[in-house]
Design a protein. Structure first.
Length: 379
């Protein structure tokens, strides 16, 4: 007679976790809406934000009032519009017409070259050229000023035939030489997309079980809170890894985002952030017990901070100190720093370890709270 095989408590625990994980995977595969949220939504958001939100100066309309009508003035206009960051949209005879163009939003800037400019420049006399910029869009105005003014000044010095100064200042832009906004946006956008997908999926999972009454059957089994939480977390963690791969690959192919750092460091940071986001969603789901409430709480505690307090759009160090303290609570603030450090700067562990440690701490604390708050029975 054969003796029964003894199974250790740890093996029984992992067997129950695998069973719950398989159940959650089956639910995902049967639900096309959830599957789209998991894999389709990240790519849709990436394309919309990546192409739709841009601070790059591209074909900005320029009005030209050339009252000098000299070869010099034509060379100045040609040099200013050679890169097509500025294009001549209107040519006017009277400077007074410029204000009307601004009010109609037909142009973003206007170049006024007064009569006698070439003669004054050739004679070494003071030359004034007026460049008017629409300041109602501050970002666009700063881009026009930063792009066009150096070109115009360089052309004027060349036309004047002045000797080169003994000391020349040269500006070198690191990590983003072309000042392309996509390289600034995509790392932060990656954190936002993963937070959206992870939070929406996991914030509903326990709440859905509450609403459908499935937890009563679950409580009749020997499955404990830790096993339920981990069993539901693992499938979404695997799905989050696929989401991260899709988003990072699309960012590199569509927007040319570089990869300057360590792959394993990026993988570690991504795993920790996914764990933090999914654990936060599970905690919200456990506490809310309603899909509608869980969605609202998830948006307030994860999605909005991922945009406003993560450094995605606004530098955290420029915020007032109370907001800096508030930002330090949310995991997206650290993941954005990891993404930009690895992808753009090639930063190593000696630089990024505080951010990784903060993410790991968040995962441990929030998972512990989710397990602790998970009900042992239906009230």
């Amino acid at each position: 007679m054969t003796s029964p095989v003894m199974i250790s408590p740890r093996a029984r625990r992992w067997r129950r976790i695998r069973a719950l994980a398989r159940k959650e995977v089956a639910h995902l595969l049967r639900d096309p809406v959830t599957f789209f949220l998991a894999l389709g939504l990240p790519l849709v958001l990436l394309v919309i934000f990546g192409y739709g939100v841009s601070f790059d100066l591209d074909r900005s309309p320029l009005a030209v009032v050339d009252q000098d009508r000299s070869p010099l003035s034509r060379r100045l206009i040609q040099g200013l519009t050679a890169t097509e960051e500025l294009i001549v949209a209107r040519q006017e005879e009277d400077p007074e017409a410029v204000e009307t163009l601004f009010r109609r939003n037909e142009v973003a800037s206007a170049l006024v070259i007064p009569p006698g400019t070439a003669a004054h420049l050739a004679g070494g006399r003071r030359t004034e050229i007026q460049w008017v910029i629409d300041g109602s869009d501050n970002t666009r105005a700063m881009g026009i000023l930063a792009t066009g003014l150096p070109m115009l000044q360089q052309d004027l010095r060349r036309e004047a035939g002045g000797a080169a100064p003994s000391v020349e200042a040269r500006v070198q832009l690191l990590y983003n030489p072309g000042l392309r906004s996509s390289r600034f946006f995509i790392p932060g956008l990656t954190a936002y997309i993963l937070a959206v997908a992870g939070m929406l999926l996991t914030a509903l999972t326990i709440a859905r079980e509450f609403e459908r009454g499935n937890l009563e059957q679950l409580f009749a089994t020997p499955v404990g809170p830790f096993e339920v939480i981990v069993g539901k977390l693992l499938p979404y963690l695997a799905l989050g890894i696929v989401q991260a791969l899709l988003v990072l690959a699309a960012g590199g192919v569509l927007f040319g985002v570089p990869f300057a750092g360590s792959l394993w460091l990026l993988a570690l940071g991504t795993l920790l952030f996914l764990g933090a986001t999914l654990a936060q969603g599970l905690l919200i789901s456990v506490v809310a017990k309603s899909q509608q409430v869980a969605t609202q709480v998830g948006a307030l505690t994860s999605l909005l901070p991922a945009v406003l307090l993560s450094g995605f759009l606004f530098p955290v160090h420029r915020m007032p100190w109370p907001l800096q303290v508030l930002a330090s609570i949310f995991p997206a603030r650290y993941f954005v720093s990891v993404l930009r450090g690895v992808l753009l700067k090639g930063a190593g562990l000696e630089v990024l370890w505080p951010h990784l440690a903060a993410l790991a701490t968040f995962v441990v604390i929030v998972l512990s709270l989710a397990v602790r708050r998970f009900p042992r029975r239906i009230a």
